[in-house]
Design a protein around this ligand. Structure first.
Ligand SMILES: [Zn+2]
Length: 305
């Protein structure tokens, strides 16, 4: 009986250790190592609003702390992200970079501010968040988000903004923030790690997703994609979709050119957004996610009065 009891407790102990270990593995599951001290937080499994429309984020570790790239869509999502970061490193999260102001990349900001991070963005998108942020949060249900999803979510604005380039020095690592011209928004930036050949492109790149183009500047966007083709970048983390490469940059260019041409042609003949959207959907390369954005793109960009 005594022996049996000992085995039972050993089994319980093994089970507890297993659960704890698995817990850590699962907690870190979505932080994928891209290079030494560089992780992407990429989720290709779900593009629901509750899951930040599948928006990507990332972290860069340095001697003096951690830099976070984008903060997801809500307080709840940011807390999940912070928990997963803590499973990788206990260093302080010193900076948050917003690649642009859209809700799925910035509405987690306040959770990072609470733990002392300094938020950085391009000047234009810092202003855009000030102009549109509170309204978007108030109308979250228009974006498919309910009160529970957004519980505790507050807008936290960038406190440090720049116009062309900025560099962050983490002691043993330099991170370049690059702005070229209006593209996905008029303040969309990229985060570049030259020594690792890694680029966080934000929503300048969508891979496997139909992109949101409602506020896009197509000419500037194409030039920005051309610039990326000249960069020494092997791993490119898109705003939505799996870790990508220059092949995906080329495909994104082709997509934008085809969409813009077709949308202009159709919008000259019709102001029926649904009709234009379905025609475009049939003529464009098929992408598994984000098809609902085609209609928004038409309404916001090609039929606006
Ligand atoms: Zn966006």
């Amino acid at each position: 009986m005594k022996k049996y009891s000992g085995i039972k407790w050993l089994a319980v102990l093994v089970f507890i250790v297993y659960v704890v270990l698995c817990g850590n593995v699962f907690a870190a599951e979505k932080l994928t190592k891209i290079a030494d001290n560089v992780y992407s937080y990429v989720d290709t499994k779900s593009s629901t609003p509750q899951n930040s429309y599948g928006a990507n984020a990332g972290i860069i570790l340095g001697r003096d702390g951690i830099v976070v790239v984008d903060t997801l869509i809500s307080s709840k999502e940011a807390k999940r992200f912070i928990k997963d970061i803590k499973a990788i490193s206990k260093k302080p999260i010193k900076y948050v970079i917003n690649t642009h102001y859209h809700l799925d990349h910035t509405f987690g900001n306040s959770e990072f501010k609470k733990i002392g991070a300094l938020i950085i963005s391009h000047t234009n998108d810092g202003n855009n968040l000030k102009i549109h942020g509170e309204t978007a949060l108030k109308n979250a249900k228009d974006y498919g988000l309910n009160k529970k999803d957004m519980k505790g979510t507050k807008i936290a604005y960038p406190v440090l903004t720049f116009n062309e380039r900025m560099e962050i020095d983490l002691g043993d690592r330099k991170i370049e923030l690059i702005y070229l011209r209006p593209s996905h928004t008029d303040g969309s930036i990229m985060v570049y790690l030259p020594d690792k050949k890694v680029l966080f492109a934000g929503d300048i790149l969508f891979t496997g997703y139909h992109p949101f183009m409602g506020e896009g500047d197509i000419e500037g966007w194409l030039k920005t994609l051309d610039y990326i083709m000249t960069m020494d970048a092997e791993k490119i983390i898109p705003g939505h979709g799996p870790v990508s490469s220059k092949k995906d940059i080329e495909e994104m260019k082709d997509y934008l050119i085809a969409f813009d041409k077709k949308a202009k042609e159709l919008a000259a003949k019709s102001d029926n957004a649904e009709h234009i959207a379905s025609e475009i959907k049939n003529s464009l390369p098929q992408r598994p996610e984000g098809a609902g954005l085609i209609l928004w793109n038409i309404q916001m960009k090609y039929l606006k009065k």
